[in-house]
Design a protein around this ligand. Structure first.
Ligand code: ZN
Length: 218
């Protein structure tokens, strides 16, 4: 590895990600498709994806494809740093970011943003959220954090979630509460954000973050 062709493949994929060709949390084309498009071998694509995964920009989810996680390499650094801390500590910081994100979203989200949050909520209700059910608190939270309109917060959040997904995969953490309770709490958050009720949005986010992702033995 380390050939000019491999480095060029990393650069081209990185440029595609940075330019927003695929949305954050969106899936990139398959290895075969990318190999055809870029005119390189599959092993070169695989190596490039691995490099970008190491930077935290991509995340392969076995059997589900490879997802864009960040438009820049910050997330990987945050995830690595967070992973050196106790799960409880990471959950605490995640909750703090959820509260701040909900409060900011209630103030900043426009009608289009509220529609996107509503759509994520309805996809969850319909069971068509995304292919990652059971491994993340869902697209609803990704949209909510996006609506906060604070890129730094979004990158920190994304890095923490990357670390927390490891915890879920290892069985140390679990996606808590049943679907009915999750739907009810999301509906409440959605309403508070739509109505611009900042304090209520923060209060609901705090309560919800304690329940939707928790320690397995906690
Ligand atoms: Zn939730």
């Amino acid at each position: 590895m380390g050939s000019e062709r491999a480095r060029e493949t990393v650069r081209r994929l990185q440029a595609d990600i940075t330019s927003g060709r695929w949305p954050v949390n969106g899936r990139i084309p398959t290895e075969v498709e990318l190999a055809q498009e870029l005119g390189v071998g599959r092993s070169t694509v695989r190596e490039a994806v691995r490099s970008l995964a190491h930077l935290g920009m991509l995340e392969p989810a076995p059997g589900r494809g490879t997802f864009v996680r960040s438009l820049n390499p910050v997330r990987g650094v945050v995830a690595d740093f967070a992973a050196d801390h106790a799960w409880e500590d990471i959950l605490d910081v995640r909750r703090a970011l959820e509260i701040e994100a909900a409060q900011l979203a209630s103030v900043r989200a426009d009608a289009d943003g509220v529609s996107r949050l509503q759509a994520a909520h309805e996809a969850d209700l319909a069971g068509t959220d995304d292919a990652e059910r059971g491994r993340t608190p869902g697209q609803f939270h990704a949209v909510l954090v996006d609506l906060a309109g604070n890129l730094l917060l979004a990158e920190l959040y994304s890095g923490l979630m990357s670390a927390l997904r490891q915890g879920i995969d290892q069985g140390a953490l679990r996606i808590g509460q049943g679907a009915d309770q999750r739907h009810e709490e999301h509906a409440g958050l959605l309403a508070a954000i739509r109505d611009g009720e900042r304090d209520e949005a923060g209060r609901l986010a705090a309560a919800h973050a304690c329940r939707d992702l928790s320690l397995t033995d906690g």
